[in-house]
Design a protein around this ligand. Structure first.
Ligand code: ADP
Ligand code: MG
Length: 617
């Protein structure tokens, strides 16, 4: 019988490797930028077309390559950076395998133009799907340009797998940011479809961070610095009062490479404990230098997670360093054990205002007057009293309607100081039906044949979800114009995403437009939306849609409606008036699917007389 084992041809092996190295345009961006930096460039330009789908081009003024090197650079395991297996562990930068270019060239059309300072002419080489096409001399400035065209042109399945341009562009920008944040000594630019997205001059690290994320960040940054035997820590952390509702600007760099460090992220966040509200996240840009030998590196070119041998110690050092900086910059109340803590009422600190109480009450609001039925009734819940099909109660099996005993406590005024667990009972005028709010969370009313229990937050999410979805699928809604437009800055990757959401936001009633350079102006809000919440809402929306975006358009709208509903729904713990409770009941039963929330949890439960009988057996 004949032998059956064969060696895979090179181009097949390269394509297999490309599966790991080249997942999307952003992976190419990363590899090319890193190569340009390794070549000692001081100016690096990145040009993208169609989020990198059509073109990814990196031009550097680095060392350039000889003719032979340029040809060799596309061979697998061709690298000028390591000579032996030991080098893998001693080198400062992680993950050289000489595989990137070979992999990229196997799944794209690649043109390299390169010239060394010492050569008179440069050369241009064309390669397509690992196949050498041509080589010609060219007259160019010293340095190298790699142009990667039509990524995955020979693997339609991979090409189809790419997400929409907004998503792919966001990934590219993320990779770009991760690189530029480590090299403020290098000038970078990024151009997309002919427009300059970034131009970052040589600067200090602080200014590099600010140039990437916006001038608003400047006053919010506090430097950190700590030298020790096992690690040196430097960088910037955000002041606690600027903590964000979403995990956004959180960066760790180890030995000049961006890495994900969930364990150390915990150290930083725990240093902020008690300084920032729950579910808020500080910004940070933290640079660690460690002995490369202490890195437990799984040598992989796209690896963004590393393990460190001394992680436990580094955790402690990092937490102490962050705490120290927060203390030094007077961002933390210092503990003074000599004074009697009990009389120690702190002065209000203008830099660190106390967080808002969770309960928000409109003192003007009278639950028993509704001057404008059918209009927005409450700025608190932000929903308008759309009326239900008359008599939703009739949907439930009827028996005798039993009145609750009259000796229930009377409804009190809504005061912010009241505990959230207060039970509220209301008897609406002219109606025999009581509305009860239990523990600031469950709504209860009577039915002909029992009790109806509703989870206020889930129910409100369902109501808003259906409303937003129908608005998103319909034509533009009106908005309430603001006296003064609000402007918001978003970091470039988020700005791209937000831009792509603008048509839909307008449908809901956001009068929003681009205001240049990643800024957005909001001139009007949907009826019932609060001006103060607008920024947080947009931030939340972008963060919620980061993952889901790029799915099919229908599920994209669903995600968006769900995200808006989540954001706008009345929270558990918010005390509601009788009118608002009634509105929730009415609107819930006007929904297509009243009984579950958009994320599939039960919104309501009916307790029939039989159920109650069983309970009391
Ligand atoms: P690695 O970076 O792991 O060495 P690559 O496939 O990315 O592998 O690159 C292969 C080789 O091509 C590099 O080792 C380097 O010698 C050369 N090279 C790649 N990009 C450039 C560039 N922009 N300027 C000069 N040389 C480069
Ligand atoms: Mg490389």
């Amino acid at each position: 019988m004949a032998d059956i084992i064969r060696l895979l041809p090179d181009h097949v092996a390269n394509q297999i490797a490309a599966g790991e190295v080249v997942q999307r345009p952003a992976s190419v961006v990363k590899e090319l930028l890193e190569n340009a930096i390794d070549a000692g460039a001081s100016v690096i330009q990145l040009v993208l077309k169609d989020a990198g789908r059509t073109l990814i081009q990196v031009t550097d003024n680095g060392t350039g390559m000889s003719e032979t090197d340029a040809r060799l650079s596309f061979e697998r395991h061709a690298t000028s950076k390591i000579g032996s297996a030991e080098d893998l562990f001693s080198i400062h930068t992680l993950g050289f395998r000489g595989e990137a270019l070979a992999s990229i060239a196997s799944v794209a059309q690649v043109e390299v133009r390169t010239r060394r300072q010492s050569d008179e002419l440069g050369i241009a080489i064309l390669i397509e799907g690992s196949r050498f096409i041509s080589q010609t001399p060219v007259n160019i400035a010293p340095g190298t340009t790699f142009a990667i065209k039509n990524l995955f042109f020979n693997i339609p399945a991979r090409r189809n797998f790419l997400k929409n341009d907004a998503v792919e562009m966001r990934h590219c920008i993320e990779e770009f940011e991760r690189v530029v944040l480590v090299h403020p000594q290098i000038e970078f630019s990024l151009e997309h479809n002919g427009k300059v997205v970034f131009h970052l001059p040589v600067s200090s690290l602080r200014h590099r961070v600010v140039n990437v994320f916006g001038a608003a960040l400047h006053p919010r940054l506090v430097p950190i610095e700590q030298e020790s035997d096992i690690v040196s820590v430097s960088g910037f952390i955000g002041k606690p009062e600027f903590a964000r509702k979403t995990r956004g600007e959180q960066y760790f760099f180890v030995n000049d490479r961006y890495v994900k460090m969930p364990y150390l992220a915990h150290a930083v966040e725990s240093a902020y404990q008690e300084l920032i509200p729950e579910k808020s996240y500080p910004s940070y840009f933290i640079y660690l230098q460690v002995d490369p030998a202490s890195l437990d590196v799984n040598i992989h070119p796209t690896k963004t997670e590393v393990k460190m041998i001394d992680e436990g110690h580094i955790y402690a050092i990092l937490k102490a360093t962050v705490r120290k900086s927060l203390g030094e910059f007077n961002l933390m109340p210092s503990l003074d054990f000599d004074r009697e803590a009990i009389f120690d009422i702190p002065e209000p600190d203008p830099d660190n205002p106390p967080s808002q109480p969770a309960i928000r009450v409109n003192p003007e609001y009278n639950p028993f007057t509704n001057p404008n039925p059918g209009q927005t009734t409450s700025p608190m819940t932000g929903f308008s009293g759309r009326t239900s099909p008359a008599g939703w109660e009739k949907l439930f099996p009827s028996r005798d309607f039993e009145r609750l005993p009259n000796d229930l406590p009377p409804a009190g005024d809504l005061l912010p100081s009241e505990p959230v667990v207060e039970n509220k009972v209301y008897f609406s005028e002219g109606s025999e039906k009581p509305f009860v709010q239990l523990m600031g969370r469950y709504l209860l009313t009577t039915l002909r044949n029992g009790l109806l229990l509703v989870d206020q937050q889930r129910a409100h999410e369902r109501i808003l979800y259906e409303r937003f979805l129908s608005q998103l699928q319909g034509s533009q809604s009106s908005s309430q114009q603001l006296l003064f437009p609000l402007t918001f800055y978003f970091q470039p990757s988020d700005a791209e995403l937000l831009k792509s959401l603008m048509p839909e936001l307008r449908k809901i009633g956001f009068d929003i437009e681009s205001a240049g350079q990643n800024n957005f102006a909001v001139n009007g809000l949907p009826a019932g939306f609060r001006e103060n919440d607008a920024g947080e809402l947009l931030e939340q929306l972008v963060s919620d849609l980061r993952q889901s975006q790029g799915a099919n358009p229908e599920s994209h709208l669903i995600e968006m409606a769900a995200a808006l509903a989540r954001n706008q729904a009345v929270r558990n713990g918010t005390l509601l008036s009788a009118e608002e409770i009634k509105n929730i009941f009415d609107s819930l039963f006007a929904c297509n699917v009243p009984h579950v929330s958009p994320d599939g949890r039960l919104t309501l439960k009916m307790l029939t007389a039989d159920d109650l009988d069983k309970l009391l057996k």
